[in-house]
Design a binder for this molecule. Structure first.
Ligand code: SF4
Length: 224
């Protein structure tokens, strides 16, 4: 059964790759990724990218700079991300911790074994399981599959898992996706979730993996 599901997932990922094209990624600076992830909470990609670029231009995205900067100055630079007071405080706090615990170099965390590295990241203020896993896979190249709200919805509709807790859903995806391609698979399935398998009514009529999907309430264009 597990083997059949792995073959099924492989077909889904190949179909998505054909549909969306290459979603390859280069490993990113873990501290910058951490700040980008804090900025992306509860806002759109467009607003968080704008805030990140503004912060980079006006203040700089380095732990030693942000740990020293006034919360108001950080807040002013990141206004477009929403909740800017909370996020500015969090950014300053996490910068101080990275400076103290990692001498300003967060990539040191990747010299630890996977579970240890995850636990070290989870100790940082404001870092939850999803953020930790995003940093592990997209900065450290470690074999984890981060799960966000789009991937929870998708897991349910594709009958991968209907669990509500993060670890169970992550493990269910990881059982079906080989370690070497978990980062790429995350991006492909995330694209699917953002463009077709949206919360509420999914856009099944245009969905590239419709033929593989067991969701019983598939929508047609006329159902809108
Ligand atoms: S067919 Fe519909 S429910 Fe299934 S994955 Fe595609 S958009 Fe989601």
């Amino acid at each position: 059964m597990r083997e059949r599901k792995k073959v099924w997932m492989d077909k889904i990922l190949k179909t998505l790759k054909k549909h969306f094209g290459c979603v390859g990624f280069e490993l990113e600076d873990p501290f910058k990724l951490l700040i980008a992830t804090i900025l992306s909470q509860h806002t759109s990609d467009k607003n968080s990218i704008k805030a990140f670029n503004s912060l980079e231009g006006k203040v700089g995205v380095k732990p030693e700079v942000l740990a020293d900067a006034k919360v108001d100055v950080i807040g002013e630079a990141i206004r477009s991300a929403g909740l800017w007071r909370v996020k500015a405080k969090r950014i300053k706090e996490v910068s101080k911790t990275v400076l103290k615990e990692f001498s300003g170099d967060l990539s040191k965390v990747f010299s630890q074994p996977l579970e240890e590295a995850r636990n070290s990241l989870l100790k940082l203020p404001g870092v939850g399981k999803k953020t930790a896993d995003v940093i592990l896979v997209f900065s450290g190249g470690m074999p984890v599959f981060p799960v966000d709200t789009h991937l929870f919805t998708l897991a349910k509709r594709l009958k991968i898992s209907d669990a509500k807790d993060y670890e169970s859903v992550r493990e269910a995806y990881e059982k079906l996706i080989p370690p070497a391609i978990r980062g790429e698979a995350h991006l492909l399935l995330l694209n699917l979730g953002k463009k077709y398998c949206v919360a509420g009514k999914p856009k099944c009529w245009g969905c590239p993996i419709k033929r593989f999907c067991p969701y019983p309430e598939k929508t047609s264009k006329n159902s809108f």
